[in-house]
Design a protein. Sequence first.
Length: 377
Amino acid sequence: MKRTGSTLVPQIFFNDKLFGGLVALNSLRNSGEFDRRIKDMLSHKCPDDAPAPPVYGFDDPDEGSPDELLEIVKFLRQRLPIQDRLIKMKIVKNCFSGSEMVEALIHRLDCGRRKAVEIGKQMAQKLFIHHVFGENEFEDGNHFYRFLEHGPFISRCFNFRGSVNDNEPKPAAIVAQKLAKIMSAILESYASEDLQHIDYLTISNTEEFRRYINVIEDLHRVNLLELSQNEKLAFFLNLYNAMVIHGLIRFGRLEGVIDRKSFFSDFQYLVGGHPYSLIAIKNGILRGNRRPPYSFVKPFSSSDKRLELAYGEVNPLIHFGLCNGTKSSPRVRFYTPQGVEAELRCAAREFFQSGGVEVDLDKRTVYLTGIIKWFVT
């Protein structure tokens, strides 16, 4: 910021001279001047005050610190009798009882039963464990729990790579900001100027995408309830659009209705201890738990804890902020908490100006795209 006067990234320097962003760089390449500039730069010694090049993997000052409960969690993962059990006429996999965990904590910490239950509640609050049926936070006795990594949904979460992020959870707003910055940089580098075409194949092999894959692991145990309304709106819009890009990189072009339906329901992230599919984000959170088209059920049941995050009143402009990766959907964007409302209005205006509405003067008829059906329901 001090050197460039701008918060936009990336900013390109030739030694100590600011050149600009990727648009300027591409212009230089197209004009044939790039090689001449490089040759000229190499003929001079690099000034001491020139910005140092980033060292990938080492230029992030906040890599995270282990959770304060981690040593206890590690012990319990090894010590508890984690097994499949018959509970309420159902086979529940990979679980343990509250009393078993309390006994293990008493033995390990040489503490009283009340203290052990207290630690169990802290582990539940920090999303290391959860009740198998979501009935309570943590209690002693014949109540059954499982570790987050043993949840039945975990294998379908594409930001889970074999283990839960055990670092102290970062503030949700910080994680959201990093996610949006990385994806904005990816779009600037690998999308056309009108954002209609994205080079998914190239993105999959970039350093920026590797960083994105690392950042989304910070979502595992993040506390979304601490977000303000605008922060939450920007977060879920950005998460949806980022997941679509990630999904298309992972699976390629979606062919047919069945593939698309499966993609939007089965491609999930682990966020705040819960699975979120694209349908869960759009219809469960942003549309206030409304039924998707051609579905008879709502995304969340009445006992689903994700309902705490759902909007009571739907902002209809969100339908212009969600990109489905198709030519007919709105262009992909990433939003800021400070300007999300104005940015959504801009997205809606751009959508209509780009063919979202057609007027037949002879028939005195206005034709609107299918997105408007979402707008009015």
